[in-house]
Design a binder for this molecule. Sequence first.
Ligand code: CAA
Length: 258
Amino acid sequence: MTYETILVENPAPGVGLIRFNRPQALNALNGQMTGEAFSAMETFDADPSIGCIVLTGSDRAFAAGADIKQMEDTDVIKMMSGSDFTDWSRMVRVRKPIIAAVSGWALGGGCELAMMCDMIVASETAKFGQPEVKIGIMPGAGGTQRLTHAVGKAIAMEVMLGDRNLTAQEALQYGLVNRVYPVENYLDETIKLAGKVAGMPQVAVRLIKETVNKAYEFGLSQALDYEKRNFYLLFGTEDKAEGMKAFIEKRAPQWKNR
Ligand code: CAA
């Protein structure tokens, strides 16, 4: 498939990399670019040689938000009858882990897309914010919920109402991001992390992602039931047999991903 607004690579075995490529607009998220990114994610998701996806932008901007120039002439009727934002739920259906490698601006929809990933690795220059209030709207792609879950109500309110951006170190302190690296190597470190995830048995990886995400949807007892079922399910896989045998024989496991 050919893309015009994203770049797609395989930088390491098992790793699929998607890079936003509208540098002139600080990777502002127009419908074409998000649509292409979601298609690339779905392609990697269906590719058995890929075990983990990395989503990144440029060193200056992961993404400076939804494209304001595209939204300017949009009204409530057009939004309600199906907008580019409806498409964003495609990302939630990707079963393989997605890691965001964020440098520079991650604002509005950019911050929301990063938070839709399973982990975030940041460069020291990363800035996370939800400044929609300054243009008369509010976060509309999960920011009010995912940021609040990640950093708590007090900080989330300040970010969304007071237009305070979080630095990479603050985001690390509040638990929004996993790791922070210098801008020179944040992407390489993300690819290394993705390579490690891709080297794990993929059926277990898929069920872990699915089950952790239930912490945001289910109550505790329902989520624990769900966990138990998936735990039992893994006892039916060849990788469970191999993983335990390899441990006992003190050798590296050979995963079959089934
Ligand atoms: N949409 C469209 N274009 C954007 C953009 C956006 N979100 N962000 C930046 N750009 C464009 C600028 O218009 C500019 O283009 P031109 O050269 O053609 O004028 C180019 O990118 C470079 O931007 P700046 O000159 O503004 O760069 P800067 O370094 O001075 O400032 C910035 C950087 C602080 C990120 C500033 O660009 C900015 O505030 N951008 C808007 C951030 C924002 O409000 N994001 C939220 C959008 S709404 C949303 O995301 C809704 C949702 O929840 C889904």
